[in-house]
Every structure is written in C-alpha cells, then in structure tokens.
Design a protein around this ligand. Structure first.
Ligand SMILES: NC(=O)c1ccc[n+]([C@@H]2O[C@H](COP(=O)([O-])OP(=O)(O)OC[C@H]3O[C@@H](n4cnc5c(N)ncnc54)[C@H](OP(=O)(O)O)[C@@H]3O)[C@@H](O)[C@H]2O)c1
Length: 256
C-alpha cells in the first residue's frame, strides 16, 4: 500500500486521519503486508498514521518502507532523519530508501554509508534507492561497503513501461534487486480501461487488478498502489493470488 496523500501532501492534513488509518488497517487484515511511506509525505504525518495503523499487528509480519528526502542527505542529517521517521512510525524501518538522487553524488555516497551504520544499529533492516536510473543504481551498488542495495522504487505501470524498455528491469532481475512500482494505476485511470476490463473478464478480475497483476507477474516486482478508500484497498488486494497468462499479459501491453 502506498501512502502519498495519506496524512497530507507537502504539509500535514489531519482532516481524514480516521478514514486513512481504517483503510490501511483493512489492507493489513486482507493480507497486504507492505506499506510504503516517506518523511516527505504530509511532512511526516503520513508516517504517524502508518504507525497508528500497524498497532496490534504482528510487527515481524509487516514490511515498512520509508524514505529520506534529498535535503536530509549527508552523513549526520540522514541518520537524524531516519531516527525521526522511526520515532513517528513507532518502530524500526524494514527498508529505507533515498527518495530521489538529489544534486550531489558525494551526498548520496555519504548517505549510503550512514545507512549502513543504521543497519548495524538495528534501526533499519535494508537499504534501497528510488528514482535511480541504471547508471546511478550501478554507482550506488559500487559505493556500498558492507551491505547491498536491495530495492529501487521507480514509476512503472502498464502505460509507462520505461523500466522494461530501458533495460532497468532486466538488470535488476539479474542482480536480485526488487523493483517497487509506484503510480502503478496511473492515479486510478487504468482502473477505467475497457480493454483491460475485457482481459479481466476471463479471470473474474477488474481492470485495476489486471494492471497490478501485470506488474507483480515478475518475481522481483512489487506494486504499491495508494488507496484511501476501503473498496479500492479490497480490489487491489484481489490483484494477488492468481496470474495472467503470458498471452494475456502481451494483450494487456497492447491495451495502452
Ligand atoms: N518514490 C517516489 O518518488 C514516489 C512517487 C510517487 C508515488 N510513490 C508511492 O507510490 C504510491 C502509489 O502511487 P500514486 O499514489 O502516485 O498513484 P496510484 O497508486 O497509481 O493511484 C492512486 C489513486 O488511484 C486510486 N485508486 C486506487 N486503487 C484504485 C482502484 N482499485 N480503482 C480505482 N481507483 C483506485 C486512489 O483513489 P483513493 O485514494 O480514493 O482510493 C488514488 O486516487 C504512492 O502513494 C507512494 O507511496 C513514490
């Protein structure tokens, strides 16, 4: 489950807190176990809501992802930012990502090294990046001293298949790096695609479920749709547990 807009966008929005927490909890009850958030979302309020939503669930069964914003890159700042995120979440972070590459390579390197120390200290479990192209991903892999980059979160949907065409997806598959696909429903527009609806009919699935299944079909791809409404959460959970045939996957590509 993605959380951009849950708890606000660039600044906190408290007006729908109850509904947002309920939607996230509903997703966890349905068996979705990954939540993606960031210090940037709602200026930290999104993380606070995630912290509320996960209360009472078995922590080890969940996978919480958060991100450090480029203005907090650098050795000391990144450590401070991670501690603040963990405080808002009320727990350790399973995967901590560099949200965007930012301006300076030196800062990226320093941040990655700081994160390695945070793994040693137990505040975060794994390190990853976001919005890194193939070259930057390779460079960041080379910069690591002790641990590996385990994920790269990038925009990827049926109508924006650049990770396929750029070679990024293949590279990540070979390297065993998870690709976290953001904006996987193109903000909900893929849920209204009649061609995907036609493909889904055979499986008893909706266009949104086809669009998400297309992505998670690859073993190393995770999709993180955001849904503030419970009915959307439920629909998205139904993208798991079945598989489009290779031919139908090919057809889905031709829908867009
Ligand atoms: N790393 C990055 O730089 C980056 C950038 C962008 C996004 N992200 C992450 O990726 C997540 C997902 O991306 P996104 O929020 O940009 O776009 P998205 O998941 O493609 O679309 C979210 C929109 O689709 C609607 N929706 C969800 N499920 C639906 C369904 N089954 N049928 C119809 N509409 C549905 C939601 O409505 P309701 O909310 O009303 O249910 C919401 O308006 C973000 O929340 C964030 O966690 C990361």
């Amino acid at each position: 489950m993605g959380t951009w807009g849950i708890g606000g966008k660039e600044s906190p929005d408290y007006s729908r807190d109850g509904e947002s927490v309920e939607a996230l909890r509903y997703g966890l009850e349905l068996g979705i176990n990954l939540i993606d958030t960031a210090e940037f979302y709602g200026a930290g309020h999104s993380e606070e809501l995630v912290g509320k939503a996960i209360k009472g669930f078995e922590r080890e069964e969940l996978f919480i992802v958060s991100k450090v914003w480029p203005t907090n890159f650098g050795y000391a700042k990144a450590k401070k930012a991670a501690r603040a995120s963990a405080r808002r979440l009320g727990t350790y972070i399973d995967l901590y990502l560099l949200h965007w590459p930012g301006e300076s390579w030196r800062k990226i390197e320093e941040t990655l090294h700081a994160l390695e120390e945070l793994v040693d200290g137990g505040l975060i479990r794994y390190i990853g990046v976001s919005n890194f192209d193939l070259e930057l991903l390779r460079r960041s892999q080379d910069a690591m001293r002790k641990y590996e980059i385990v994920a790269n979160q990038v925009k990827y949907s049926l109508s924006d298949r650049w990770p396929e065409t750029s070679g990024l997806l293949d590279y990540m598959k070979r390297e065993g790096i998870a690709l976290m696909a953001y904006t996987p429903l193109e903000k909900g527009s893929l849920a209204r695609n009649p061609c995907l609806a036609e493909i889904g009919r055979k499986y008893g699935k909706t266009p949104a479920q086809v669009a998400l299944n297309y992505l998670i079909w690859e073993e190393n791809v995770v999709a993180i749709p955001k849904a503030g409404r419970k009915e959307h959460v439920e629909e998205n959970a139904g993208a798991m547990g079945w598989r489009l045939s290779r031919e139908d996957r090919e057809k889905a590509r031709r829908c867009l």
